[in-house]
Design a protein around this ligand. Structure first.
Ligand code: REL
Ligand code: ZN
Length: 421
């Protein structure tokens, strides 16, 4: 057993958390073989939609979103760099992330000198090597971030993406796994669904849609199906949501889990594109309870956008063995809220949940989202283990490592491998 003083616990917990190999169970990363869809580099980091949204809080009213988006990526990055890093301190979580990445890549002086071009130069040798350079950079990032693999978001309704799967799927390294993302089915977006079915030669019927999903699962071999439920989501069978029923049928027939992201209100300010998505809608948690009850053999992975739903989510996870909670999503992915949510989850669920997912859109973001989260999770765990020891329990380093590994991926893998059929 470990020496039972707080400092020992703290230093061991921090060291174990920083070396735990993580599974990133939801990202928007695509592999280098998907060409321009694989985003990386400082200009992509600076134009992440969180930063665009933050920039528009401060931008003069004369700058309108359409003008901003018409500029090149480099120009957009420069505007954001000046507004959020030079004219004011980059103190928000999204801005701080942009600092952590180059510093981790060894560019401390360049950052200290506030020299954006010097940071850009670092990427040139990788860029000049085309896909091979992107592969090299990808490997470097996964190694440094301590991430074993990241689950992608693969959208069968998106022609720019489907060209990389059909007729022959592009190869990609083991660092990437697929997930089949089907939002239009739950959002009742009939036009998108119909166009995709027609373009691929399927009938626009329930059977046609089911076959479309089955065939895409055969092609992508996804870990799970995924959808973000609209803020006004209703059960698949209510209001005749045929898309929802098709999805649930396919999950049942294939014994494939469904990952839900609950509570986003899309296109709140459509002129800001992605940056205008997502005012936090307090969601009706009973909807998730009803899904878990109505489809007892389907495994649901769930995360809520609203801080207000987090307590209810923990309670639900104690009621349904086909429910697994994961990560702190988007507006909850800030240290103060990660701390609160993680403490609450540990108090109510022990280690039977997945502490984080990065939701990265830019490869380099793995280099900040993970270490920033690790720091918070380690400090929460120090508190929880200290209390446990004060209550009279003793621990070995191996037991700590096992628990921490569960929070960083083994609980997810245990959940994914259990069959309820
Ligand atoms: O997967 C989702 O639905 C969301 O995570 C995204 O829509 C969102 O834009 C994301 O980048 C937030 O972190
Ligand atoms: Zn996402």
């Amino acid at each position: 057993p470990l020496k039972n003083d707080r400092d020992t616990i703290r230093s061991i917990v921090f060291s174990e958390v920083s070396s735990a190999v993580a599974i990133d169970l939801h990202t928007h990363l695509l592999p280098p073989t998907h060409g321009a869809l694989c985003l990386w580099g400082i200009d992509e980091l600076l134009t992440y939609h969180y930063l665009v949204a933050e920039y528009f809080i401060t931008a003069p009213p004369s700058i309108i979103p359409e003008q901003f988006y018409a500029k090149s990526k480099q120009q957009q990055a420069e505007i954001i760099w000046k507004a959020l890093f030079i004219d004011r301190s980059p103190i928000s979580e999204a801005c701080r992330g942009v600092i952590t990445v180059p510093v981790t890549l060894g560019l401390k002086d360049e950052i200290r000198n506030r020299d954006l071009d010097a940071v850009r130069k670092f990427y040139t040798s990788f860029r000049n090597d085309g896909i091979a350079g992107a592969e090299r950079f990808s490997q470097l990032v996964y190694d440094k971030a301590g991430v074993k693999y990241a689950v992608m978001t693969n959208i069968p309704f998106e022609p720019t993406e489907t060209q990389h799967w059909r007729p022959t799927p592009k190869e990609y390294s083991n660092n990437y796994r697929s997930a089949c993302r089907v939002d239009p089915l739950l959002a009742g977006n009939k036009i998108v669904v119909e166009n995709a079915l027609k373009a691929a030669g399927y009938n626009n019927t329930i059977d046609g849609a089911k076959q479309f999903l089955h065939d895409w699962c055969d092609t992508m071999k996804p870990e799970y199906m995924m959808a973000s439920t609209p803020h006004d989501f209703v059960m698949p069978e209510d209001k005749g949501s045929t898309g929802g029923m098709v999805l649930m049928k396919v999950c049942e027939e294939r014994d494939i889990p469904l990952a839900l992201k609950i509570g986003a209100h899309r296109k709140l300010n459509p002129r800001l594109l992605d940056a205008g998505d997502g005012v936090v809608a307090f969601a009706d948690g009973s909807m998730l309870a009803r899904l878990c009850t109505r489809f007892p053999t389907v495994r649901f992975l769930a995360t809520f956008l609203s801080r207000t739903n987090q307590h209810e989510a923990c309670v639900l996870a104690t009621k349904f063995r086909n429910l697994h909670l994961y990560g702190c999503w988007w507006f909850c992915n800030n240290p103060s809220i990660i701390k609160e949510i993680t403490s609450m989850r540990i108090e109510m669920l022990g280690t039977a949940f997945t502490a984080q997912h990065s939701d990265s859109r830019v490869l380099d973001q793995l280099l900040y989202k993970w270490p920033h989260s690790r720091a918070v999770i380690a400090s929460v765990l120090t508190e929880e283990y200290t209390k446990l020891i004060e209550s009279g329990w003793s621990l070995t380093r191996g037991e700590l490592r096992r628990d921490i590994q569960r929070l960083f991926g083994s609980s997810y893998e245990e959940f994914m491998s259990k069959s309820l059929v």
